[in-house]
Ligand binder design. Structure first.
Ligand SMILES: C[S@@+](CC[C@H](N)C(=O)[O-])C[C@H]1O[C@@H](n2cnc3c(N)ncnc32)[C@H](O)[C@@H]1O
Length: 274
């Protein structure tokens, strides 16, 4: 286990993997060269793992710009977010959401995105074909937590994090022998509206082909996915581990367990070979 406190993810992110961390850390390879996370989102595993050298990427530019600004200029990013916090009410939220970010500096864009994330309903990022954000105003404004943002900045610098906005295919092609790649794509048959392209079964098949190419280059790959027949079939060449997690929300306050899968290209102590 790491010897430091794990920073909380700096943003709220649908599909975040904090609940899965005990399973993910158990099934990771014990040693590896560089760490890659091409579906970064809230980056729960990265903050927990704190690898020596990390290549982090996502297709959503608001995310990668935010992490780049946090890495390089954390205090300015926090100050920029507070500029947006000051005016908060529903009307302000929608005015900020509908701003054209092209007219803002990268730091202002990061501050704007932090504010929108903390004020929106479930922090649910949705990119619309119009180029705008499909966020809706939530019923509370979550605190900014500067100490968390500073800890994340420190973690990014300690891991010499290279941060890119790109499709998973670009990032996967960079990984080489001995590297570890954690893949957390949008789950099949669930919410996939992070980007306008979505992520359907054909995207998962393209990802499965990328996994095979990485495996043949000596890369260790771990993937989390929904426990359904299609996902199991698409990633059928990998070793599949079934894990139980508690639902994040439930109408009556009860949070039942459900299963998800974690697939690896390598054998672990938990791998069942039958
Ligand atoms: C399930 S979320 C990842 C959650 C993350 N592991 C966490 O702990 O917060 C999936 C991520 O994939 C990104 N994504 C969707 N399509 C992509 C693509 N084609 N290439 C790269 N990233 C993509 C989304 O923007 C989203 O951040």
């Amino acid at each position: 286990m790491p010897q430091f406190d794990t920073p909380r993810p700096p943003i709220r992110w649908v599909g975040g993997k904090r609940r899965l961390l005990p399973h993910l850390t158990r099934l990771m390879p014990p040693t590896y060269r560089d760490y890659y996370e091409p579906f970064l989102g809230g980056g729960a595993l990265f903050w927990h793992t704190r690898p020596a050298r990390a290549f982090l990427s996502d297709i959503v530019p608001d995310i990668t710009n935010l992490y780049t600004c946090l890495r390089d200029e954390p205090q300015s990013t926090i100050d920029a977010a507070y500029e947006y916090y000051i005016g908060h009410d529903r009307e302000w939220f929608y005015a900020v959401r509908d701003q054209d970010p092209q007219n803002l500096s990268p730091i202002q864009q990061a501050g704007r995105y932090l504010y929108l994330n903390k004020a929106s309903y479930l922090g649910r990022h949705r990119s619309l074909k119009s180029g705008k954000l499909g966020l809706t105003c939530g019923d509370r404004l979550y605190q900014l937590r500067p100490e968390t943002l500073m800890a994340c900045s420190e973690a990014l610098r300690a891991s010499k994090a290279s941060i890119m906005c790109c499709d998973f295919g670009v990032a996967a092609a960079l990984a080489g022998p001995g590297d570890f790649v954690y893949l957390d794509p949008p789950y099949l048959h669930t919410f996939a509206g992070y980007s306008t392209e979505g992520f359907d079964a054909s995207s998962h098949r393209a990802l499965a082909s990328a996994v095979e190419r990485m495996r043949s280059r000596g890369v260790s790959v771990m993937l989390s996915g929904a426990d359904n027949t299609d996902t199991r079939e698409i990633y059928g060449n990998m070793y599949t581990h079934t894990v139980s997690v508690r639902e994040t929300t439930a109408a009556n306050g009860d949070r039942p367990m459900r299963t998800e899968i974690i697939a690896t290209t390598y054998i672990t102590e938990d791998t069942c070979l039958h």
